[in-house]
Design a binder for this molecule. Structure first.
Ligand code: BTN
Length: 247
């Protein structure tokens, strides 16, 4: 990872740039970084606030060999890698909210967006988009994000070296991908569960198909879906969408 790193000053979205490179044949581990994005993309069609010089806005080309059904595992794998890098480099105890938001004290410090290009059921490539709020100050957040977001600088009480954090993320991606290639999803799922703030919590899940499930998050199934156990003891797999942690 990171043998080829394209660094841009300003771009619309590093996801688009990485996709273009992947279409041109870029290898797994190719990285696009930007100082600022003018239309950063979030999950579920949301916008991603990407102010100049304050964060890590990056996209990584992945070339998985498995079919499309396995891509949720890559989402979780990326969350594990970034969470480990943040903890190791900054000491900030970020936790993973399913599927892959990284939270500190209930506020989001990093978001991950995994997009796949497919042909029939075959995955041509995936782009793992990682947005980390690194050196934003409280006053940098627009009104609507001020209670939802936080930065590593705010949490650590000091400026964080972005270059060192990028290197740590790429190292962890390399290691967790190697573990996944050698031993499959199981050990990655165990790392995820240990870093997760979702496990054993009462959650309300919006499954994306318009239905709502309530229950206790009891773990991941082999495909990477979140397993929620309802009060009636029924186990339901939540494959996509968003969850709320209940107090
Ligand atoms: C989310 O939590 O909704 C996912 C946010 C992903 C943001 C990153 S920043 C780099 C890459 N480029 C984008 O346009 N989005 C991702």
């Amino acid at each position: 990872f990171g043998q080829r790193i394209v660094v841009l000053d300003s771009t619309v979205s590093t996801q688009q740039d990485a996709m273009r490179l992947a279409e041109e044949g870029a290898q797994q581990g190719t990285v696009v970084l930007a100082e600022e994005q003018t239309a950063g993309r979030g999950r579920l069609g949301r916008k991603w606030f990407s102010p100049r010089g304050k964060g890590i806005w990056m996209s990584i080309v992945l070339r998985p060999s498995q079919p499309l059904a396995f891509t949720p595992q890559l989402t979780l794998l990326t969350g594990v890698a970034v969470c480990r890098a943040i903890r190791r480099l900054t000491g900030v105890e970020a936790g993973i909210k399913w599927p892959n938001d990284l939270l500190v004290h209930g506020r989001k410090v990093c978001g991950i967006l995994l997009e796949s290009a497919t042909e029939d059921q075959r995955v041509r490539y995936c782009i793992a988009g990682i947005g980390i709020d690194v050196n934003l100050n409280t006053e940098d957040y627009p009104e609507e994000l001020s209670r939802l977001g936080t930065s590593l600088k705010i949490e650590a009480g000091r400026e964080i070296d972005r270059t060192a954090l990028i290197a740590a993320v790429l190292e962890e991606m390399e290691q967790v991908c190697a573990l996944y290639a050698d031993q499959g999803f199981k050990p990655v799922a165990m790392l995820w569960e240990a870093l997760s703030v979702t496990m054993n919590r009462f959650v309300r899940a919006h499954t994306g198909q318009g239905s709502v499930v309530e229950g206790t998050a009891v773990g991941l199934d082999p495909s990477g879906a979140l397993v929620v156990e309802t009060k009636q003891g029924e186990r339901i797999q939540v494959v996509s969408g968003d969850i709320q942690l209940q107090v």
